[in-house]
Write a protein that binds this ligand. Sequence first.
Ligand code: MCN
Length: 754
Amino acid sequence: MLKGRLEDDRMLTGRGRYVSDWNLPGQAHGHFLRSDRAHAEILSIDVESALKHGGVIAVLTGEDLIDLKSLPAALPYKGRGGMELINPGRPALARGRVRFVGDAVALVVAESAVAAQDAAELIQVAYRDLPAVIRAPQALEPGAARVHEGVPGNLVLDYESGDEAKTRAAFEAAARVIGLEVDISRVVGNPMEPRACLAAFDGASQRYHLYACTQGVAIMRNQLSVVLGVPPEAIRVIAEEVGGGFGVRFNLYPEYCAALFAAKKLGRPVKWSGTRAEVFLADEQARDVRSRGELALDAGGRIIGMRFDMTANLGAYLAPTGPFINTMGIVNCLSGVYDVPAAYARIRLALTNTAPMAAYRGAGRPIMSYAIERLVDHAASELAMDPAQFRRKSMVTTFPYRIAAGFEYDCGDFVGVLDKALRVSEWNSFEKRRNESKSKGRLRGRGIATYIEATGAGFAPQDQIEMRWGEDGGLTLYTPTHNHGQGHETTFAQIVGGVLGIAIEKITLRSAGADFYLLGNATGGSRSLAAVGSVFLLGAHELVKKGMALAAEQLEAAAADIEFVEGHYRIKGTDRRIAIQQLASKNPGQLDLQYQNKFGACFPNGCHIAEVEIEPETGEAEVLSYVACDDAGNIINHQIVEGQMQGGLTQGAGQVFSELAVYDAESGQLLTGSFMDYAMPRAGLVNGIKLVEHPVPTKLNPLGAKGVGEAGFTGSLPALMNAVLDALRPAGVRHFEMPATPRRVWEALQAVRE
Ligand code: MCN
């Protein structure tokens, strides 16, 4: 069995080339001056002193960048009553107004990064402060301060999904209605590598070159083409190693546009390496949705209707994918794993004076799974029913199943997944463990959550791949996706190597883009394996076919007499054969292949069960066990999938137990702008992890695979919070919002004691 991943050796020995490792001759360095206030009119910007500072080459402000277009953000669908998304636009540098703390106001370009930073401090900006709005519900209140003049009531879209009237009728007919309001808290993605870029313009070819952190070069090139107003062919985007994406490296950012503009204007490459503080202030953030959910139940306790009323915080400007993530991204599995005849969701998308919001691991799906599974759990508790049995009553059992609003689930075994999770978690003996904890003065809770995801359908119409042979018989695979921790170099090589019968060490994976482009989707939506991996599978078979005629010529036989066995073309019934690598070496270029196809969404699902123990005197919670039973269809690499699940569920635990991005409600300052105030999860946070597979292969792609990259997060967010609530309920706590930090838990317990 393969030990580790192909990419590990390079990464662990410091041979990965991240964005800041790139340098170009004659490069200058950039530093961004950022707004220190949430909302203000820019009265004047005095750059005189900065320009006089040693080493400074230029200072650019929004007015200098007037020729750049707004960053794009659009939706292919409308909202309630045909409402169109309002995009107020986002300039690369603030123009006239700043709208959140961290909004880039000026770009200083100097001979060194230090000189650029020092000079930025000499820029005098005269502001006239304006009132700021921070949370979405407040932004939507009548009379709230407007973030953009062109967006009345700060509402960019009133979105709906499902059948409102049918759902209303289901609620009218219900024996009982149970509701719950929850906050899906705001988080900062925090990849290991802060954002960085190296921007250059080649006057001879009139082409822009951008080295940047990205989850896919093709999407960044297309978004840049809109802002720069040049065709995509005039832009080259290069990314080798990217230190984590987690969704917040999917979109184009304004800093990259400003740096490219400066590089062209100044005739010198411009390099910018952001800091952790800038990650907190100016990376896209995520979640921050308030959801009021309701279940309609029949007399037997079966769910007959589900509805949600949500407000989503989109930040100060629309991030390119922000509106999608906060509409379709949330509701596409609106009723979860449940067979609910009537479902409806309304989501109001509001602008606020905070950092723009878009994707973060799960991209909307954890919002839905959290809203559903907290609500379902609450209902079970209200009805004094076992939460697993309550869920089982309403689960989808026959496939294909079209949910009331959204996709058709092609296959699954939700009840089987639930039963396996119950068994492995020793569900039935929980009371014994709870009593043991009680005897030690601790509160033990058990949380269960089911989830289902529609993994990314993909924005691009096709996924193209290419395979090129080297002289040494090595094969290079080119892909539109980008590998930044998911292990694609290993799994894609396993797929292609398996078909071609060549050792995976002979296969290299590259993101297309450095010298040519492939049409296709970036890494996102946990679709790389199921969608692009499937194209590699079919492409590899196509490549074998392509070699038949060449092999026949080589072996001096009729093509019909050739077969392909274990990496060799062989004349049937003889031992005369030639290895595919040898054939490729002898015929340079002739066995290379470009291939394309498109595979859309599929539906990974699972049931997660966690047990937590809380020390009431300190409020500290410990995750004692975590069972994740997941249906990821056929699995290519079990070790990588385990890693993805562990990473995802620990990230979810981070949001449940410690992470929270807080803006001051009055001043709009980010109060959690560093790791001193924003606590990332650590490896020991979730103990006793047991990962159980329950594969139901899908026919939606030739691998029969479903995505796993985000599943851990989507399952763990509600499972862990349900466990916390289950521990706190017997002590009298009825309502509790994330994060379950010791202080907040202690305060909640204290409040009921009092
Ligand atoms: N895999 C498999 N069998 C399956 C499904 C997946 O062997 N049935 C393997 C794949 O081949 C791949 C890995 O598991 O090596 C994840 O595959 P997939 O579910 O297709 O997800 P993507 O590769 O598209 O990754 C994207 C997903 C997302 S959207 C986020 S966000 C995220 C995540 O992956 N960001 C990550 N995991 C991350 N992991 C790391 N280390 N860093 C990030 O930034």
